[in-house]
Design a protein around this ligand. Structure first.
Ligand SMILES: [Zn+2]
Length: 299
């Protein structure tokens, strides 16, 4: 785990999944908890190495790779967790993540692994947006919806821990169809992010971006990818198509090999988010014909 000090006492813990650490008066606030107990232990080693007592953990959104380690922190240290509404409910009932992916039904075994089904944690404080005091820490909770329905960022001074609002170039290259629950919200968040009043943007994956060109460029690349996905789907509805056809079409167009049910269902969620966005623009409509749900172009 690479420890990058962004401003005095504000650290970006960079690994497979990043975390944030704010230190003040010998106390620490952790932002996100990693995928599992191993990730949480790695963070704890950093905290202990600084001779700091962890006060609380703030969880930005209910994806297993960001809150899966929280139960270990709570079991070991008894610290409170903070999270935004809805996301908090999913952290306390993590089965909802694979249930959502699987369309509301009891999920298949393939969706019940630690990447989609975390251990539950207890959210002691469900928090809205705006200023928030946690022990000695003054932070700002910043709504960043889209990637997850109610995702938030945490601002400390001029650092914004911006969760999965923006993905690094490597993720765009590797995963291509980036995960998104609400495409309109995600695009709007990406539009706003570079203009927010912070100097450093510390995301949940990849490096820190500085204010100005760095954050603007990566937000633009993410936006262009989401728009390209939506455009490909619209183009494919020249004749009415089923959702599964559109998943295959998008994967083919972006040269993506889906090899597991999890990868398939994650991609399908982004495709469905794009369809909702297109429906909102009056461009496609869901119709049922011959007992098949088809996406039909409207304009
Ligand atoms: Zn996420």
């Amino acid at each position: 785990m690479r420890v990058v000090e962004l401003t005095s006492g504000v650290f970006h813990l960079q690994g497979g999944v990043n975390m944030g650490l704010v230190v003040q008066d010998g106390k620490g606030l952790l932002i996100d908890a990693g995928l599992d107990k191993d990730a949480a232990r790695r963070a704890l080693r950093v905290v202990e190495g600084m001779d700091v007592t962890l006060e609380a953990v703030f969880l930005t959104h209910a994806h297993a790779d960001h809150f899966g380690g929280a139960y270990l922190l709570q079991r070991r240290l008894g610290i409170p967790a903070y999270a935004p509404p809805l996301e908090a409910a999913m952290m306390e009932h993590p089965i909802m993540e694979p249930v959502f992916l699987y369309g509301g039904a009891a999920p298949i075994q393939a969706l019940r692994h630690k990447f989609t089904l975390a251990k539950p944690c207890q959210v002691d404080h469900v928090v809205g947006s705006g200023p928030l005091t946690i022990g000695p820490f003054q932070v700002d909770v910043v709504p960043l919806p889209g990637h997850a329905p109610n995702q938030v960022g945490v601002a400390v001074g001029d650092v914004l821990f911006c969760a999965d609002a923006v993905f690094p170039t490597e993720t765009l290259q590797k995963h291509k169809v980036i995960f998104c629950a609400d495409m309109d919200d995600a695009l709007e968040t990406l539009e706003r992010l570079p203009g927010m009043p912070y100097a450093h943007f510390a995301p949940g994956h990849g490096p820190t971006y500085e204010v100005g060109e760095e954050i603007a460029d990566i937000c633009r690349a993410n936006r262009e990818r989401l728009e390209a996905i939506r455009e490909e789907i619209y183009a494919a509805t020249e004749s009415p198509r089923e959702t599964g056809d559109l998943v295959q079409h998008v994967a083919d167009r972006f040269d993506l090999q889906l090899t597991t049910p999890t990868a398939y269902y994650l991609t399908r969620t982004t495709v469905l988010a794009a369809l909702t966005s297109l429906e909102g623009d009056g461009k496609v409509k869901a119709i049922v014909k011959d007992n098949r749900l088809m996406w039909e172009r409207q304009t």
